[in-house]
Design a protein around this ligand. Structure first.
Ligand code: PLP
Length: 413
């Protein structure tokens, strides 16, 4: 990649086999959107589909649409589609609730299944909600279980026969580091522990093979790389052979074996359906399904190739063009170990990101000093990477980030 300039990047875009997908998204003119790892862009097909669901299925069909428009099947139907993106089998994935709630359900089920084992094991670098949910669960269980949080380097050594479940996020939300799914799942299994992966930064970003790695449990977000929309429902995976042994702690009617028999006692549905609790959010599910249908037309290997190339380009341009400006690359430089983001440290990272956003380059900030740039191969271009690093250089070299208003933290960073 000798002598990369903007024209070279433009050339990469012309040869990009995924370039045609950009038109399938709403990308505001002049905006460089590098935050699809936080909130994916809006597919063009979503608005018209939601309008039809609202006008025809809800407006005209009303309650009949639960049957006639197959609303009642949506959590399983969309789950089966997501299964194809994460190497799972039909009937192993259900769409429901948020990632946090799904984590709670699967962890609680795992602890019930693994009676006699006391620990949920995880790493200190895990996403905070994963830690908080596990903390809340062990607290609720009144001292019979505990959360053991170790440093990343100590994970494998910390797995032993007291561990009920090893819970990790596959792609680190901060640095983008990809965990070795095969090795860590095997390490958990070697000691009889279950393996639970949070795939929030994986699906739609890096290939995942849950069946191939014999993963037991997984959860993931619908609103990031999958483009399901703000607050889109999440998904939960349970390996088929475990499904009837993993109870849900939220024993709601939608997870009952016969919800419309209105029995007086809970009887769990067979399979993954028991992980449902309440009525599914049909409008949100419809939006997620549009995005997942788009994903099913995409070659995942092509996505991964472009994602690695965009990341390499980003890092190379930062090295070449931002030298001496106080940046440090926080993501793995080795492309195989890096998910679909590049994170940079800067002492004034929050201010720098605010100045970039004012210039139409949208990434985000994670405390204390991390700027994250998500690379979404379906709509990110090589010229976007060039322009983003160019803006970054200008913001740093000019000192524009030092303007006082950039020091005030907004509620969402
Ligand atoms: C790794 C990871 N897990 C879980 C979540 C939160 O998921 P939810 O908001 O669906 O509970 C996030 C959100 O950024 C995340 O990055």
């Amino acid at each position: 990649m000798a002598g990369v300039d903007r024209q070279t990047c433009d050339g990469f875009d012309r040869q990009d086999p995924l370039a045609r997908f950009r038109d399938e998204f709403v990308i505001p003119e002049g905006l460089i959107y590098l935050d699809g790892n936080s909130l994916g862009a809006l597919p063009r097909a979503t608005g018209p589909r939601l309008q039809r669901v609202i006008a025809e299925e809800w407006g005209s069909g009303l309650i009949r649409s639960w049957n006639a428009a197959h609303w009642i099947d949506a959590p399983r139907r969309v789950g089966d589609k997501i299964a194809r993106l994460i190497g799972a089998q039909p009937g192993e994935v259900i769409v429901a609730d948020s990632t946090s709630v799904d984590l709670f359900k699967l962890l609680a089920g795992a602890l019930r299944l693994q009676s006699g084992r006391h620990f949920i094991l995880t790493e200190a670098q895990n996403f905070p909600t994963d830690l908080y949910v596990a903390e809340g669960l062990v607290d609720l269980l009144g001292g019979r279980h505990a959360l053991r949080v170790v440093d990343r380097a100590e994970l494998v050594a910390a797995v032993d026969s007291s561990v009920a479940v090893l819970m990790l996020t596959h792609v680190d939300y901060g640095s983008g580091l990809i965990h070795d799914m095969a090795a860590l799942t095997a390490a958990a299994h070697a000691h009889g522990a279950l393996m639970l992966w949070d795939l929030s930064h994986s699906a739609g970003a890096v290939p995942v093979d849950l069946t191939g790695h014999q993963v037991d449990l997984a959860v993931g977000c619908g609103y990031k790389y999958l483009n399901g929309g703000p607050g889109a429902p999440a998904y939960a995976f349970i390996r088929r052979s475990l499904q009837d042994a993993v109870p849900s702690p939220l024993s709601g009617w939608m997870g009952h074996a016969a919800p419309f028999d209105f029995e007086g006692h809970y009887r769990p549905a067979p399979g993954i359906v028991r992980q449902l609790a309440g009525t599914p959010p049909i409008l949100s599910l419809a939006a997620l399904e549009v995005a997942v249908d788009l994903w099913l037309r995409v070659d995942q290997e092509e996505v991964r190739r472009k994602s690695m190339a965009l990341g390499d380009l980003f890092i190379r341009l930062v090295d070449e063009r931002c030298r001496g400006l106080g940046l440090e690359v926080a993501s793995p430089r080795e492309r195989q170990r890096r998910g679909s983001q590049v994170s940079l440290r800067h002492r004034d990272g929050y201010r720098v990101m605010r100045a970039l956003i004012d210039r139409g380059v949208i990434g985000d900030f994670r405390t204390p000093d991390l700027m994250r740039f998500g690379l979404t191969p379906l709509y990110s271009r090589y010229v976007d990477v060039w322009d983003a690093v160019d803006a970054l250089r200008e913001v740093l070299a000019s000192g524009a980030f030092e303007r006082p208003e950039y020091g005030t933290r907004l509620a969402v960073t």
